[in-house]
Ligand binder design. Structure first.
Ligand code: ZN
Length: 97
């Protein structure tokens, strides 16, 4: 399913936003995004989604959930997440789960 009016594929726009494109591909995507309103809209949409996902990921204030997430993160990254980010649970909504 190729739309010839677009010089870059949607996947490339996504990869570009994720910073996963090689330099020259990223330059091509950036140039196209500047000229193509449709891809600008797509990019804005994708940014909103990733922002929403980020907000969703940090939303839980349940200490057990935080501990589980921290453990999982520590296993993946080897970073002491609890020590580095402790006490950042400022928003309401705790105790729901
Ligand atoms: Zn386009």
């Amino acid at each position: 399913m190729r739309n010839d009016s677009h010089l870059v594929e949607q996947e490339e726009v996504m990869a570009y936003l994720d910073g996963e494109l090689p330099v020259e591909e990223a330059a091509r995507a950036a140039a196209h995004l500047e000229a193509c309103h449709q891809c600008q809209a797509l990019a804005a949409e994708l940014k909103d989604v990733s922002l929403a996902l980020t907000a969703w990921e940090i939303e839980p204030c349940n200490p057990q959930v935080r501990a589980d997430m921290a453990t999982a993160l520590e296993e993946q990254t080897g970073v002491d997440v609890v020590g580095a980010g402790g006490g950042r649970c400022t928003a309401g909504g705790g105790g729901v789960t």
